[in-house]
Design a protein around this ligand. Structure first.
Ligand code: 5GP
Length: 194
């Protein structure tokens, strides 16, 4: 099927600030839907099922994989995460562009399946800053912070596979760049086929 709407993939290590930038993007640009991913990770205290994630058991998740319900999926920090086709197709059909906030493994699967998707990588300004941001969260154990740093090192190697790289050194400037990329890509009017 062909849709007028576009898919925007936003990736970057946790602590790079992509969540904050995506919220600013959603508030500033109309007709964007932020896809709600499925995950086997346990909800954090402030997270709402169906709003932050669809929280699934591993069995439910793998059943969805078998049934071909996922546009992409990957194991990240020992849990499974994935984008449901329904989350994307329903909104593209409704005239929205869809934003996927997903890891690099998932982004590369989307690039393969939907080459017209726009891929945007958010990079932290430095390792020192990334570590400081992760430690400030307090929801994570020391081991989890260390694992996220190792994961970040692996993720950053994939930045050159993305059409755009934004260095999040100053949040307002980075948010404006993100907004401009979305507007610029929209102006190209490339339909999405999936
Ligand atoms: P968190 O557990 O902190 O919410 O997310 C951890 C990582 O999982 C983040 O890097 C995030 O981008 C990634 N992630 C979230 N949803 C998806 C998804 O649907 N697919 C993939 N491949 N990664 C995801």
């Amino acid at each position: 099927m062909q849709f007028k709407g576009r898919i925007f993939v936003v990736s970057g290590p946790s602590g790079a600030g992509k969540g904050t930038l995506v919220v600013k993007l959603m508030n500033r640009v109309p007709y964007l839907h932020l896809s709600v991913s499925a995950t086997t990770r346990k909800p954090r205290p402030d997270e709402i099922p169906g709003v932050d994630y669809h929280f699934l058991s591993e069995e439910e998740f793998l059943k969805g994989v078998e049934e071909g319900k996922f546009l992409e999926w990957a194991k990240v920090h020992d849990c499974l995460y994935g984008t449901l086709y329904d989350e994307v197709k329903e909104f593209l059909a409704g005239g929205y562009d869809v934003v996927l906030e997903i890891d690099v493994q998932g982004a590369l699967q989307v690039k393969e399946r939907v080459p017209e998707a726009a891929l945007i990588f958010i990079s932290p300004p430095s390792w020192k800053e990334l570590k400081a941001r992760l430690e400030k969260r307090r929801t994570e154990t020391k081991e989890a912070v260390e694992r996220r740093i190792q994961n970040a090192k692996a993720e950053i190697k994939f930045a050159d596979k993305y059409g755009y790289v934004i260095i999040n050194d100053e949040v307002e400037r980075a948010a404006e760049r993100l907004v401009n990329i979305v507007k610029q890509e929209r102006a190209k009017k490339k339909p999405t086929t999936m």
